[in-house]
Design a protein around this ligand. Structure first.
Ligand code: HEM
Length: 301
């Protein structure tokens, strides 16, 4: 197997001597399989490649509370996973636009695993008790996950558009990208355009939907999915797409629900640091579905 990639030189203009299977094999033969450890100071390749030094310099608990490092690290892990999920779902949109369905489905395979990982990460956060959280909660001030721009971009990408959610990022370097995401077509917009190109005609008002506002459930969209589910083998491509979309939606709902129950266990009915009544607000947003017609069509006989 060969990888089609560039072996770029480092700052000294040197190319990596390990950048081919043959070179790695030759080294292992010569060292009898003993790993290499003689790197120049400050130049451990793994640390340089993934910028581990920078990454590990970003955790600064404000108290001595034993659970604060875990809270900060898990918040950062989730942010990284939001970013990765955004990368994967953006790729899905690009592939669907290009009618490359099989590759889009292959990419969903990765994105849904990221979502499962995001859900699992609640396990670690949930190990913290009320008493332990209260040891450092006041230090958060007004900080809340509600202000996560990566999360907001994901919600917009999935179609939960809300222009009021953009303003809070005005002073952040991410402002332009949040605003851009508001104006970009959502995954559902792209998926419905795909259906329309593949034998499931949709009306103009569905196809020319304003991307900056959320879609309202539309009878023509429901009817199109109903046709798909009534003849899966005839609409096989659309059927596979429907199931991939629904899995994405379901995993997002699950993420919200585990967040909700974890938060309920940790802070009860106390208000959130972001200004809401807390669990009551989280319960309401847990009802949200990105692709409502795909849920509705399941009630049909
Ligand atoms: C003890 C742990 C946590 C508590 C008590 C908590 C509580 C809350 C509350 C009450 C809200 C509603 C907004 C507010 O008033 O603040 C919220 C929103 C949110 N939280 Fe958490 N949270 C916790 C951990 C986390 C973690 C680790 C993340 C991951 C980054 C996270 C991500 C979010 C996001 C993205 C929202 C906005 C949801 C939306 O707009 O739909 N939370 N959280």
């Amino acid at each position: 197997m060969t990888a089609d990639r560039v072996n770029s030189p480092n700052e000294m203009g040197e190319r990596c001597p390990f950048a081919s299977g043959a070179a790695r094999g030759a080294y292992a033969d010569q060292s009898h399989g003993v790993p290499r450890v003689d790197f120049s100071p400050g130049d451990t390749p793994y640390v340089a490649y993934a910028q581990i030094g920078t990454l590990l310099s970003l955790q600064h608990p404000r108290t001595n509370a034993p659970t604060e490092p875990g809270f900060i690290i898990l918040s950062q892990v989730k942010e990284l996973l939001f970013k990765l999920l955004h990368i994967e779902l953006t790729a899905v949109c690009d592939l669907l636009r290009a009618d490359r369905l099989e590759e889009a489905l292959w990419t969903f395979r990765r994105s849904t695993r990221v979502q499962r990982y995001l859900i699992q990460a609640w396990d670690v956060v949930g190990a913290m008790t009320t008493v332990e959280f209260l040891e450092f909660r006041d230090e958060l001030g007004e900080a809340s996950g509600f202000q996560s721009f990566s999360y907001r971009k994901l919600e917009f990408l999935l179609g939960n558009k809300n222009a009021d959610r953009v303003a809070q990022h005005r002073n952040s370097p991410a402002y332009e990208s949040v605003l851009e995401q508001l104006h970009l077509p959502s995954l559902y917009d792209v998926a419905l355009a795909f259906l329309n190109r593949h034998g499931l005609d949709l009306p103009r008002e569905v196809l020319e939907h304003d991307p900056t506002v959320p879609r309202e459930p539309h009878p023509a969209v429901e009817a199109a999915w109903a046709r798909v589910y009534s003849q899966p083998s005839f609409f096989w491509d659309a059927y596979k797409l429907a199931e991939a979309l629904l899995e994405t939606d379901e995993l997002f709902v699950r993420w919200r629900q585990v967040h909700l129950v974890t938060v309920h266990r940790i802070i009860g009915d106390k208000p959130g640091t972001g200004g809401t009544y807390g669990v009551e607000w989280l319960r309401r947003i847990s009802e949200r579905r990105f692709f409502p017609e795909l849920w509705k069509v399941r009630s049909k006989e």
